[in-house]
Design a protein around this ligand. Sequence first.
Ligand SMILES: Nc1ncnc2c1ncn2[C@@H]1O[C@H](COP(=O)(O)OP(=O)(O)OP(=O)(O)O)[C@@H](O)[C@H]1O
Ligand SMILES: [Mg+2]
Length: 420
Amino acid sequence: MTNLLDVYFRETKAGVLGRLDDGMLTFTYDSAYLAEQRSRAISFSMPLQEEPFGDQVVRPFFSGLLPDEGARQRLAGALGLSVGNAFGLLEVIGGECAGALSLYPEGTAPEASSDSDIEILSPEQLDEILSRLRTRPLLGGEDGIRLSLAGAQDKLAVIVNGASIALARDGRPTTHILKPFIQVLEGTVENEYFCMRLAGRLKLPVPRVEMRLGGATAFLLVERYDRTKTVDGKIERLHQEDFCQALSVPPELKYEAEGGPGTERSLALIDQACARPVADRLQFIRMLVFHYLVGNADAHGKNYALLYGSDTPDLAPIYDVVCTAVYPRLSKRLAMKIGGRDVPDTIQLKHWVTLVPDTKAAQRILVRDLAQMAERIVHEADALIAELADEGIKHPILSAIRKVISSRAGSLQRITEQVT
Ligand SMILES: Nc1ncnc2c1ncn2[C@@H]1O[C@H](COP(=O)(O)OP(=O)(O)OP(=O)(O)O)[C@@H](O)[C@H]1O
Ligand SMILES: [Mg+2]
């Protein structure tokens, strides 16, 4: 027996995800999709071809669309499914995913969206939903809600229009990711809000973020970079996949220490996949430096992505940036090592230069960039803290983050001064 889910790339059926009797997953492109000239591969790991792909490639990609760790466990528990049953979970929640794919039970083509698929939430309804997310991640299995996003934290994909926030039913595309505060970690919303805006100040490509209040608690709204709006207001999907999906690394092994991608494999992926590898290598290195400076140890292979604006992707904007160094209960070890080092305080210039080709010119540019970012980030952090205070956003976590930044920036300046 095979169970089948139809896999749509935007509005076109791209192929079929199958689960065999032994639980193995397969993916086969649809022949009509293969015949169509404009059709795109659903993943760097699954080029267009007639032969089916096997579990080793298919599972990391499709399982990678689902929530991770505790969120997956809670979701599976709420739905009465096993954590390892990626197929079953996608059957229930795989309508609106990261990127351009939607999954539907075989033969049930997605219907054209209508306004009845949208439910604008009152403040009370939003409040109630935020409190329910913990036991029902992504509201999985509720009344027509079919949303899937990776990550270990609670979240919801929503449609934001000015002040209004709406739920999307039946896999209708959304515009924003809503991230509520994390109960056991103080000030995560302010933390992520600050870090994302700081990234923008350092000229890194970063989605727009907003902080709002739901009852007494704050939440974050992150604009989706994998959605665009047409002139008539229709939301369209852009495809994306994270580095783990592109490299066939299962989400449970996303950290380099477990076998997940490190900087070398990530840079090689950029070289092979991206339309502008030279620019994107540089951008990726700047992201690594930013994560280091801001004290984010959690930038693993599912927190970098390829974004398919056309046939060949670009590096997606930076996302999921939180200063984890301010939370004693979180690991201090970097998700991706720099030159083999994952203890931030031990990283020297010789470790940073492993990120660039072994030439004097490349190393000189890197050292200049490191020094400039280290210098700028401290001023920008101060300016941003003042700006947030003007907006009424004050939280003790911000000065704790500021301390981490000035200490990291100080170290980086010291090691770069040795050669300049
Ligand atoms: N602005 C965005 N636009 C489009 N997709 C996004 C955006 N931000 C995040 N994503 C997608 O949503 C997923 C979950 O988001 P995010 O990484 O912020 O969640 P998280 O639960 O904090 O993750 P982690 O487990 O790494 O802490 C990402 O892996 C990425 O695929
Ligand atoms: Mg993440």
